[in-house]
Design a protein around this ligand. Structure first.
Ligand code: DC
Length: 241
């Protein structure tokens, strides 16, 4: 290889790709998405943070989290924006920076509950499609490859055994965790069940997604594998006009 030769992902400068990364909690989506965004010069959009921000608003309004109609009305008067941040996206809820308020147990649980309602999902999907309308993004979530961008250029579905994902989450929480590992695994299984069994856009791999099961892999290995998948895809001619 000539020293100055460009890597394949830089050969087509006009091409604005969309990379969809889906999977359950704790599968390594955020780490992989961050890496892919940095390596391939894409914007990283975390759709889970949008559901979390909406859940925060519902909690503040003291709405019953099982009242789909009330949640729909709340969505009608809500704006959510994602901006690039250091580690995670900066999340603006009605203009307020709520980035630091989204990762606690109460919001995590509430996000899982509000995300089952079809009108809430339809609204989110529209927002997400607008956010990424120019392409050049990695979008991570649960339904990106199946519903939000069914024609995404690259689709990766990350999975791992619930025990492994739960222990990773427990390690991420570190000493500030108020829960024992088995409680983290139990809650994660409950959220998994809600994600996989909801009527509207349940969590599942798109037919044309590459499935990566990281149960026996380190996160580093997962990142390398995902990187190779994107690079290989970018070396091919465009799939959709
Ligand atoms: O990825 P996360 O843990 O931050 O997501 C928070 C919640 O939002 C999670 O319970 C699943 C839900 N979610 C969803 O239903 N669809 C998405 N595209 C992203 C997240």
């Amino acid at each position: 290889m000539i020293a100055e030769e460009k890597p394949s992902h830089l050969i087509q400068p006009g091409r604005k790709i969309i990379v969809a990364i889906d999977g359950p909690a704790g599968a390594g989506k955020s780490t992989v998405a961050r890496h892919i965004a940095e390596h391939f010069g894409l914007m990283n959009l975390e759709t889970g943070a949008m559901y979390r921000a909406f859940a925060l608003k519902a909690l503040r309004a003291e709405l019953p989290l099982d009242d789909g109609n009330a949640l729909k009305l709340l969505a009608d008067e809500t704006t959510i924006r994602l901006e690039p941040g250091d580690e995670n996206n900066r999340v603006l809820l009605d203009g307020e920076d709520v980035t630091g308020m989204l990762r606690n147990q109460t919001v995590t649980e509430a996000a899982s509950r509000v995300s089952v309602f079809p009108p809430v999902r339809a609204w989110m999907v529209r927002l997400q499609q607008q956010l990424a309308s120019q392409g050049g993004v990695v979008m991570e979530g649960r339904d990106i490859g199946t519903v939000v961008f069914p024609h995404a250029d690259v689709k990766i579905f990350l999975d791992a055994a619930p025990e492994v994902r739960g222990l990773r989450r427990f390690d991420q929480l570190g000493p500030k965790s108020t829960q024992q590992p088995e409680e983290v695994i139990r809650d994660l299984r409950a959220r998994d069940a809600r994600d996989r069994n909801r009527a509207e856009s349940p969590l599942k791999a798109a037919d044309d997604a590459v499935v990566l099961d990281s149960t026996e892999m380190t996160l580093d290995q997962v990142v390398q594998a995902a990187d190779a998948i994107v690079a290989a895809r970018l070396a091919e001619p465009a799939r959709h006009s």
